[in-house]
Design a protein around this ligand. Structure first.
Ligand code: AGP
Length: 609
């Protein structure tokens, strides 16, 4: 997703903007640019490609020198990645940057062309710049012009704006796309996300829909859409700059894999009271849970995969039906939602457009919504009826690892609480499962240590594969989905997760000696069944990598590689087995020389449909 930054203060604005934009690179982008007040004129520099291209361009052409300006990293939606389509975009007196999608930009562009305005780019953003310039030319006052302009926009936007007639001032407004206002000492900021400003200040305002911020060096004013001043709560980030740094790791992804034990502790421990789950601070009481007779889990990507694990565990322990949906499918199939349904929305960013709109749809249909979110104050977090924050800290790598892990942890907390509230597990079992959950940080630590080397070795055998299968049954099948996505998204090798028992109904025709198969076989109750499926693919020449428990005695001819995790309570094994699946994907990507943390075409938070 695009990243927006803005600055007014006493430092070199261009340096601050570029530095802040580097902390938003994880969002994914294909061009970058800045606009800085220089001698009361707006000086723009922008370039296709990574930030380093912009820095090189400014070194050649001269860096804008000033104390106020805006910056942007663009993830192309309208118009290909190019210099001319990069932000900022300008009118005669107005320059701005934009995150989001303007759905009615074509009709607005037609109107502006009729007014004699010319366009240089293919973007919806330039239409906003020209429309704002049009109204500013009439109204002559920035905030009123912003209000008038944005009333005509349909879609999502976060805008950072400068007006040539108002030097060293920065303006901002948001609708759907997140935007914060950082408050420092004699300096103020706007940014799409906290990591961009954490180096300068931890204090910020979270702009709500259609709120307008006016920044000067001396202070910040915020107005509503009626130009009425608003007093807002100043928030403080609960982590610091080095949480955003790599701390000596070569990539954010491997750092975040190693942060998983801490992330689990930070997420689980605050929700344990007297040895049992306690979710009352999340508005979840045993009384409220008793009335639930069906659960929908709705999410995207890895978040959806954590929901798949949740499905198997909740149905097994609580005997309540769970339907897992991809958010973009749920939204458009007119889902059947009735009395007693609970909709669980899982989202690391809390800004994924499909998941957000799915939650809003469920609420319109009268369902109760529970959000499991990692980013404080995100839109999904603020609109859900009930909320469980995960505490993974900022996840910078596009590939989700620690966030997925703590989503699993919360799924378990909820499943145990729910199963006990429904009277389907005894107090003894309830306590036992909780105790085992509390052991997972240490177990994950052990698995990281035990499986890093073999994962690295296995990854060398996958480098030349065109395609892989990940197979499993039950919880192992749910896990195989996540393993497959991890590999695809960062190594660019195609893979597919497949229910092991389903292979013989067609897909096994794909098996040759050139197709590696990663088989997850950790569940005793179906272990023999999965082993039979492994034999089926082995007999057809597949190179098999088998993941199982230490206690499994695996005959020599079953698999080419056997990766073992410690014996542990089987219902919680997904929290252990996801680690080697993450590591295999990581090392495969590294050895293929890919941009591990910012894979091509991907964004960390998909805030557009
Ligand atoms: C996971 O590795 C991907 N980066 C992606 O599938 C992600 O899980 C998905 O886009 C959902 O994002 P969210 O959790 O922020 O809603």
């Amino acid at each position: 997703m695009c990243g927006i930054v803005g600055y007014v203060g006493y430092r070199d604005c261009s340096d601050v903007l570029v530095s802040a934009l580097t902390k938003l690179e994880y969002r994914g982008y294909d061009s970058a640019g800045i606009a800085v007040f220089e001698d009361n004129k707006i000086s723009v520099s922008k370039s296709k490609g990574k930030l380093k291209n912009l820095v090189e361009k400014m070194a050649e052409e001269g860096k804008p020198v000033g104390i106020a300006g805006i910056g942007h990293t663009r993830w192309a939606t309208h118009g290909e990645p190019s210099d001319v389509n990069s932000h900022p975009h300008s009118g005669a007196k107005v320059t701005l940057v934009h995150n989001g999608i303007i759905e009615n930009y074509k009709e607005l562009k037609d109107f502006l062309v009729k007014q004699g305005r010319e366009f240089l780019s293919d973007t919806d953003t330039e239409v906003v710049a020209q429309l704002l310039d049009y109204y500013y030319d009439i109204i002559k006052e920035p905030v009123k012009a912003i209000i008038e302009t944005t009333q005509e926009l349909r879609g999502s936007f976060a805008l950072g704006i400068v007006f040539e007639d108002y030097p060293d001032m920065v303006y901002a407004i948001r609708r759907e796309s997140p935007l914060i206002v950082g408050v420092g000492e004699n300096e103020n900021f706007i940014a799409s996300d906290v990591p961009a400003i954490i180096k300068y200040t931890k204090d910020y305002y979270l702009l709500e829909h259609d709120e307008i911020a006016v920044l000067s060096k001396s202070g910040v004013k915020i107005f509503d859409i009626h130009y009425q001043p608003i007093v807002k709560e100043l928030k403080t980030a609960d982590w610091d700059a080095d949480a955003v740094g790599k701390c000596g790791y070569p990539h954010y992804m491997i750092k975040e894999i190693n942060e998983q034990p801490t992330a689990i502790k930070n997420t689980v421990l605050p929700r344990i009271k007297d040895g049992l789950p306690c979710l009352e601070e999340c508005n979840i009481t045993p009384e409220a849970l008793k009335d639930i007779n069906r659960i929908h889990i709705v999410a995207c990507g890895s978040a959806m995969h954590s929901g798949m694990v949740g499905k198997y565990v909740i149905e097994d322990l609580a005997r309540t039906p769970v339907i897992v949906d991809i958010a973009s499918e749920f939204r458009y199939r007119n889902p059947i939602i009735g009395e007693g349904d609970l909709i669980i929305i899982i989202s690391q960013s809390g800004e994924t457009a499909d998941s957000l709109e799915a939650m809003r749809l469920a609420k319109r249909k009268g369902a109760k919504t529970l959000a499991i979110v990692n980013v404080m104050g995100s839109t999904i977090a603020r609109e859900a009826d009930m909320l469980i924050y995960t505490h993974a800290g900022p996840e910078i790598s596009v590939a989700s690892t620690k966030a997925y892990m703590v989503q699993l942890a919360v799924m378990y907390l909820f499943a145990f609480e729910f199963a006990f509230a429904k009277g389907n597990i005894t107090d003894e079992k309830y306590r036992y499962y909780t105790e085992k959950l509390l052991e997972t940080p240490e177990m994950v630590e052990k698995v990281i240590a035990q499986t890093t080397e073999i994962s690295q070795k296995i990854s060398t055998k996958l480098l030349t594969a065109d395609s892989l299968l990940y197979i499993g049954r039950g919880l192992d099948y749910a896990l195989s989905m996540e393993g497959s996505l991890k590999l695809k998204e960062i190594s660019y090798i195609h893979s597919e997760s497949y229910a092991a028992g389903e292979l013989k109904h067609g897909t096994i025709s794909l098996i040759t000696e050139d197709m590696p198969v990663i088989a997850v076989a950790t569940q005793s109750s179906i272990y023999e069944k999965t082993v039979s499926n492994i034999k089926e693919v082995k007999a057809r020449g597949a190179k098999v990598i088998m993941i199982c428990q230490e206690g499994n005695d695996v005959p020599k001819d079953i698999a080419d590689y056997v990766l073992k995790v410690p014996n542990f309570e089987e219902v919680l094994l997904p929290m252990l087995v996801c680690v080697p699946l993450q590591l295999i994907a990581y090392y495969t990507s590294v050895q293929r020389g890919n941009d591990v943390d910012q894979p091509r075409n991907l964004a960390k938070s998909v805030t557009v449909e």
